[in-house]
Design a protein around this ligand. Sequence first.
Ligand SMILES: [Zn+2]
Length: 418
Amino acid sequence: MNALTTHAISRLLVVMAALGLAIPVVAQHPSEYNSAGVQAYQANRYPEAIAYFERANDLAPDSPVVRRNLCNAYQSHANELALSGDFRSAIRYVEGAIGVDPQNASPFIQLGSYYLRIDDLNAAIQRLETAIQLKPGDLDAHELLGHAYYRDNDLFSARAQWDYVLEIEPKRKNLAALYEKAFREESVEYDFNRWKSRHFRISYPQEVPNSLRANVFSILDRAYIDIGRQMGGVFPPPPIHVILYLADQFSEATQLEGHIGAVYDGKIRSPLTDFEGAWLPEDELRRRLTHEYVHVVARHIAGDNVPWWLNEGLAETLSRSLRDGDVNRLREMYAEGSAFTLYELEDNQINKQPPTTLRLAYLQSHATVELLWNRFGRAKMMAFLNALGSGMRYEEAFQTTYRRTFAILERDVAAMYR
Ligand SMILES: [Zn+2]
């Protein structure tokens, strides 16, 4: 054991033990640690590979091969963690990769995408701009930077990035449609005023009086606290973008039909008026903004892996109560046997249904989530969302949390409205 001091060995053993790994035969040269690391890496045992490469890197800090291997192992392990929904730990490993190989653009791009996923837009923009300095012309970096600018509501800068990507690769997946969307929004919102609070940035048409703007802020700040608490203390980082429109501007920018009250597509978008031009009453505005804010929190926990009925049911449950008329309509639905299955309510395609059908889908989702919330409590609901956030399939996440199937849940809801 001439190559290692007792201290170094015990440090290595501590690392291996912390990772829950078998203690390896102690190698003597950096190249042996490196080969052991390569073997572990090829078998997808990344924490073990990291431990070997770190050791090799300690012994041979000038080897670019070892450094690149260690960087790759950090990145691969981070990728595994991200796939399981653990973005915080994934970010720590990618930071490690940048530490050992700071001229490599790839971990900066990876880190930018994780910061985007956890809604830390400033951090995402910074890392992606660095990636492009290191590797000008990298299409992934330019596309992601476009997304980060877009989410930060800098539509012009977003389009500049996407323009560049589309010029080189016109058929880039989904990008032309996104570019069109940003272009449409920019043409409606170009002269909007902007205002910000601690958590929110608001864009709104010039016609909006200051008193109404102040109302919107107080509704949103209230929702930030109330919904954050009700959902177990979840407070997404700023900025949360809110775009307010007159009714016809809302239709033009979102291309949504008149019966859609508001939407969350990464930004909260809501009209402030009806089609006659009258300002919406305050309680209606509060209901709509609170509903959309629930989507912000749900997305922050579970990303896009949320079935439609859960997302909408939760937003309805936490923004309004079922009224007598709603309960009667639900009773009729179950009596006629015209209720949806949860499977039918999974997909966002349901939004394309005609208004009356869509209204029933909302009601049923509301009733379903309200039953889960009242009967099993908030902690279970948060556990369900967290399971979805870790990438589990809908029903598996549900069964793991509630110990029952969707079929049983459907039956329980039906029994309530009989
Ligand atoms: Zn909604």
